[in-house]
Design a protein around this ligand. Structure first.
Ligand SMILES: [Zn+2]
Length: 161
């Protein structure tokens, strides 16, 4: 378990898992969302299973090509799955943008959330400063989880500030 390295009082497991997002991944997600305008943009995040430690993102096409909904290209999803697995990671969540609404999962987002262990990242472009939030979605229950942007992790999975 990687939890042991979080001796600083960080919690592990649900509820209350913190999502750790390396700063370069954070930037890549925001840039992909802005580039996707006027449509919603989407992608997947990969990291360490059972944790909120993100290692990288996979920017994907929104095959719905819509400003209101998103569908990750299934072929890109499969490729991301394989790539992450080859690195010893897993796909641990998905991100998408809301072009004009708050960074909160829509009813459609909730009903289509496939995995209660995933992190659902919402990026709102409604204001000049993009807002990024993360949620766990289990059935109809939506719980926001704190997001910590960090520089990365060292070899024993301790985050670096
Ligand atoms: Zn949405």
């Amino acid at each position: 378990m990687v939890c042991a390295v979080f001796s600083g009082g960080l919690r592990c497991g649900y509820p209350g898992l913190v999502l750790y997002l390396p700063a370069d991944v954070h930037q890549e997600i925001l840039a992909h969302c802005i580039a996707g305008l006027p449509d919603e943009a989407c992608g997947l995040i990969a990291g360490h299973p059972g944790t909120g430690l993100v290692e990288r993102c996979y920017t994907t096409r929104n095959i719905a090509a819509s400003a209101r909904v998103y569908t990750v290209d299934p072929r890109e999803h499969l490729a991301a799955d394989r790539d992450a697995e080859a690195c010893g990671w897993e796909i641990i969540g998905v991100f998408h943008s809301h072009t004009h609404t708050a960074p909160y999962p829509s009813a459609t987002d909730v009903s289509q959330a496939p995995d209660p262990s995933w992190h659902y990242l919402l990026i709102s472009l409604a204001n000049p400063d993009p807002a990024l939030r993360s949620y766990s979605i289990s059935g109809s229950e939506v719980v926001e989880e704190p997001v910590a942007v960090c520089s990365g992790y060292n070899s024993n999975l301790t985050r670096q500030e």
